[in-house]
Design a protein. Structure first.
Length: 135
């Protein structure tokens, strides 16, 4: 098993990371003030494409698998595999599907604490999704 750090919250109070056994096994949040540790389950559909909002404990991730070479990527596209983009609240376990593509990744990024952007699955450019404050 290995530990992989992701990022600090903007106030420096929490550090987020993963425990990996080949693939991420669980997520963790470490408190800098008292060294307390919280752990969170990895969503079943989680692959490698993700963006973490370390201030809110929210993660956007896709179901696009890691494709090791060009042949795998071409086969994936040929099979027209649906890829889903989810918003997940790591602390509550809630999740919401926010986009679908056919064999394309999303490259999600947090624009600010309430807005995520991702590659438009229907063409060029980026789409933006604003998080419901109650999520």
């Amino acid at each position: 098993a290995s530990l992989e750090g992701w990022q600090w919250s903007s106030d420096g109070n929490f550090f987020w990371g993963t425990v990996n056994i080949r693939d991420p096994f669980l997520f963790f949040k470490l408190s800098a003030s008292d060294w307390s540790l919280e752990q969170f389950d990895v969503p079943l559909e989680y692959q490698f494409e993700h963006a973490l909002n370390a201030d809110k404990g929210l993660m956007v991730y896709s179901t696009r698998p890691w494709l090791g070479d060009i042949e795998e990527a071409m086969e994936f596209e040929k099979e027209k595999v649906p890829v889903f983009l989810y918003l997940s609240n790591l602390q509550s376990g809630d999740r919401k599907k926010i986009a679908t593509s056919i064999a394309k990744g999303f490259k999600p990024l947090w624009d600010d604490e309430n807005t995520v952007s991702f590659d438009n699955p229907d063409g060029k450019g980026r789409n933006h999704f604003t998080i419901d404050l109650n999520f």
